[in-house]
Design a protein. Structure first.
Length: 105
């Protein structure tokens, strides 16, 4: 087999495995039910958009597939939003947990 093909396949498999591991660990390391639900929704959204992007990049003819890169900078705006949302959800879950602990006899 050609070394370039082997490298592409191995690199793709390693990248996919890293994405799956990162997603699983991100969901596992959440601290409350709201935070976990948000991470699951965010993970599904990111995986769906990513796979759709790759599929369209492979399927669209050459002049049109370059338009897929236009909304790409939006991801840099979504990261701070996600971090703020997770911080808010963590604060709500922590406050509820503290409230339950104070009410327990």
């Amino acid at each position: 087999m050609h070394p370039g093909i082997v490298g592409a396949v191995v690199g793709g498999v390693i990248g996919l495995a890293g994405g799956i591991l990162g997603t699983a660990l991100s969901i596992r390391n959440t601290q409350g039910p709201r935070e976990r639900a948000f991470m699951i929704r965010a993970s599904v959204l990111v995986w769906t958009v990513g796979l759709l992007f790759i599929a369209l990049l492979l399927l669209l003819p050459s002049p049109y597939k370059w338009f897929l890169w236009i909304p790409y900078p939006l991801i840099f705006l979504m990261i701070p939003y996600g971090n703020r949302k997770l911080r808010q959800l963590r604060e709500v879950d922590t406050a509820e947990r503290n409230e339950k602990e104070q009410q327990a006899p």
